[in-house]
Design a protein around this ligand. Structure first.
Ligand code: DLL
Length: 440
């Protein structure tokens, strides 16, 4: 695409630009992990009553952690544990040492509260800076930050990392899409940080203002906070003429920057294993699974002081893979969904991302869709409401809808209905998009 050539491409950092930990051998890294794990487990046990109780009940003591494999002796931590400790019960330091608090939206029940010491904030900024560097963002670049500022970790977490890298931050936050377009046009940012679905909203708004999205100054998107597929990546990269990189994280473990893709490989986020020890477990039995097997991601923080977290169950489904661009740090397979987002339709398990994957390869269909579940008689039904591309002839849209029904049946095994929604009629994302409406 000519626009890419005129903007210049983002490029991978040179070896000397990497953090020393990114260049460690696996053995060096694991020795560091073990030392940090032992410190973390002790800190948690000695300072957080919830951990004291849980370890005692499980009959384990910090002295039992002699190797990284001994991690499996420790009990899991869940979102419920955090809720039970609401608001500040998980802090491992006196509250006065907590410099910042974030919290989940808490749409179901109490919000989960997390806290950071000055040192934790420093590490976090460093890891977001590392993530941006891995994405091809450079000191001196302008970064448009469209993650929401506030209790959500996205906005402020990204913000500190952009500054730490030595780039210029535009603290735009989420929403006010018209303003987003104006600032992208006038400030000429090199990179944008947003959820993938909110970036789609911005792409549409650029078009609505008569701007070809591929003609903007943007070279890189650092996108995350919700599941998105490689097909969505292709759609976004093509529309904007950018490289789109995957940033992963969750507030309980830190926020954005627990892991990030590297631009030279774009093969799923590398987990920054000097600060987090990942595991994959069987969600049903809790058994640790070997690398290369799909299951639920679990994290133990290795450096957090304010809120150390031991074996946190994320509910995210992924697989641990060997490192590539950072050979000593493992990757996770791009996250396709959460085990609590899985739809069971007449006995078949499916994730919204599978519909995204299929729909985006069918010519004429847009990335804008929602899934509605209902009961007709005693049968569960799923309707895919999807917008065809604007201007598509009715007959071609009908053909695309039929292809979607056929491909979903062939690849997932479910029969679904497709409703072609008028272009622009489905609700647009303002951050994390709600895809599923369950009316059963
Ligand atoms: O979403 C942190 C974040 C902000 C990550 C900005 C990346 C960018 P929470 O609100 O606690 O934190 O939500 C965490 O979001 O367990 C995943 O289910 C999902 N998630 C986050 N990043 C990705 C990603 C932030 N890259 C939850 N791919 C996680 C897929 C993601 N899902």
């Amino acid at each position: 695409m000519t626009t890419v050539a005129t903007k210049g491409r983002a490029h991978a950092p040179a070896a000397h630009e990497l953090d020393p930990e990114e260049r460690m051998s696996r053995d060096e890294l694991e020795a560091l992990q073990l030392r940090r794990l032992q410190e973390t487990v002790r800190r948690a046990y000695e300072n957080v009553p919830l951990y004291t109780e849980k370890f005692d009940a499980a009959g384990v003591h910090p002295d039992d952690i002699r190797s990284l494999d001994d991690l499996a002796l420790l009990p899991f931590t869940t979102k419920d544990d955090l809720r039970r400790s609401y608001p500040f019960g998980m802090f491992a330091v006196p509250r006065e040492q907590i410099m910042r608090i974030h919290a989940s939206s808490g749409t179901t029940g109490l919000p989960t509260v997390v806290g950071y010491t000055a040192g934790d904030l420093d590490n976090w900024a460093g890891l977001v800076a590392r993530s941006l560097r891995a994405s091809g963002v450079r000191p001196g670049h302008i970064v448009h930050n469209a993650y929401g500022y506030g209790l959500f970790t996205g906005g402020l977490g990204a913000h500190a990392g952009i500054e730490r890298l030595g780039a210029t931050v535009i603290p735009m936050s989420g929403g006010n899409t018209i303003k987003q377009v104006q600032l992208i046009r006038d400030f000429a940012p090199d990179a944008i940080m947003a959820t993938p679905t909110y970036l789609l909203t911005i792409i549409d708004a650029l078009r609505d203002s008569g701007i070809d999205p591929a003609s903007t100054s943007l070279k890189v998107g650092v996108l995350g906070a919700e599941p998105w597929t490689n097909e969505m990546r292709a759609t976004i990269e093509e529309s904007l003429g950018i490289d789109a990189l995957d940033i992963y994280g969750l507030s309980e473990v830190m926020g954005p920057g627990v892991g990030n893709e590297c631009i030279e490989s774009k093969d799923g986020p590398h987990i920054w294993e000097d600060h987090f020890r990942p595991e994959i477990i069987d969600s049903e039995t809790g058994a640790a699974l070997p690398d290369g097997t799909a299951g639920e991601l679990v994290f133990t923080t290795l450096t957090k002081v304010g809120l150390p977290i031991i074996r946190y169950r994320t509910h995210d489904i992924s697989t641990l893979l060997p490192g590539t661009a950072r050979p000593s740090m493992r990757r996770i397979k791009k996250i396709t969904g959460r085990n609590d987002d899985m739809i069971i339709l007449r006995g078949v398990n499916l994730f919204p991302s599978q519909i995204e994957e299929i729909a985006l390869t069918i010519p004429g269909l847009s990335p804008h869709f929602t899934l509605e579940l209902s009961t007709v008689g005693r049968m569960d039904c799923m309707t895919v409401h999807i917008e065809p591309l604007p201007g598509l002839a009715e007959a071609d849209a009908a053909t695309a809808a039929k292809t979607l029904i056929r491909d979903v049946k062939a690849r997932i095994g479910s029969t679904v209905e497709v409703d072609l929604a008028a272009p622009g009629s489905l609700e647009r994302s303002g951050g994390k998009l709600k895809r599923v409406y369950d009316n059963r």
